[in-house]
Design a protein around this ligand. Structure first.
Ligand SMILES: C[S@@+](CC[C@H](N)C(=O)[O-])C[C@H]1O[C@@H](n2cnc3c(N)ncnc32)[C@H](O)[C@@H]1O
Length: 268
């Protein structure tokens, strides 16, 4: 225990030049001076309390996986309000490119449209990027934020407001693919994962990117909800090192498979 404590980095006060730019909104702080020079450490102290940097300019009082539903909606609505300043769309594009690259050996082109659920669709950026990379998609988004659904509707995207832990408004086996892009760092309840499993076709895949979370815990939750054939890709290109892509399905149980996404590229 002593050894672990010795290795832990001390948590520093947020530097005063950043602190001066902070605005408190609800339980969060936002640094509204959106300059790359004002990006603090991932964990900082503001006054006496520890805060977790989320994206570059937002500070959360708890890690994303421990936020309440109300706090998740609040922080996601802040992301929408300051979308142009804090969302690096190139990074999101890079993440989708990684996901498609990981899935590519199993992607087949079919004539019928592929029915896709964009779970946690936000403003619809993930739906739009997925449609750029994969043709013939019929995408439906869902989100717990009213603001997000309004944004999607204004862009003529099909999206529905859902309530956490409540049944999804779809029949069993409705989707060929379910994507959750930049969502799973918020912990989903087991009942939500079971709902995702219910609306996925037997041959379908639930695919997401993940960071912050303990991957073993996430795998256990997926298994508890009835998912199997879990595959995990590390070593993605152009995104932070702790980022992973996970894909899982419903066919008979098998062992989790870990991949190095850029294994061949790094040999150069
Ligand atoms: C960081 S945003 C990502 C939005 C979009 N997928 C994208 O890539 O731009 C995360 C979204 O997940 C939604 N979300 C979080 N927990 C959710 C849940 N349990 N059910 C549905 N949506 C959820 C949030 O409201 C938010 O809009």
């Amino acid at each position: 225990m002593a050894l672990i404590l010795m290795k832990m980095k001390p948590i520093n006060q947020l530097p005063s030049n950043i602190r001066e730019q902070l605005r408190r909104i609800g339980d969060f702080y936002i640094c509204t001076q959106f300059s790359k020079d004002l990006i603090g450490d991932p964990m900082v102290k503001i006054g006496k309390d520890v805060y977790y940097r989320y994206m570059n300019f937002l500070y959360l009082p708890k890690p994303p996986e421990s936020l309440t539903t109300e706090q998740i909606i609040e922080v996601c609505d802040l992301r929408i309000e300051y979308f142009n300043e804090i969302v690096d769309q190139k990074y999101n594009r890079q993440m989708i490119a990684n996901i498609i690259n990981c899935l590519s050996p199993n992607l087949i082109s079919v004539d019928a449209p592929i029915k896709v659920l964009d779970f946690g669709c936000g403003t619809g950026l993930s739906s739009k990027l997925l449609s750029e990379y994969l043709s013939n998609l019929q995408i439906v988004g869902v989100d717990i934020s009213e603001k997000a659904i309004l944004e999607c509707c204004q862009q003529d995207l099909t999206a529905f407001l859902i309530h956490p832990e409540e049944p999804l408004p779809f029949e069993d086996y409705s989707f060929d693919m379910i994507f959750a892009i930049f969502v799973m760092h918020f912990k989903l309840g087991i009942s939500t994962l079971i709902e995702l499993q219910r609306v996925l076709r037997t041959s379908g895949k639930f695919v997401f990117n993940i960071y912050y979370r303990d991957i073993d815990e996430v795998i256990e939750e997926l298994q508890e909800a009835g998912f199997s054939i879990i595959e995990v890709w590390n070593d993605l290109s152009g995104v932070s090192a702790n980022h992973r892509v996970v894909s899982c399905g419903l066919l008979p149980p098998s062992e989790t498979v870990f991949h190095q996404a850029n294994r061949n590229k790094s040999k150069g």
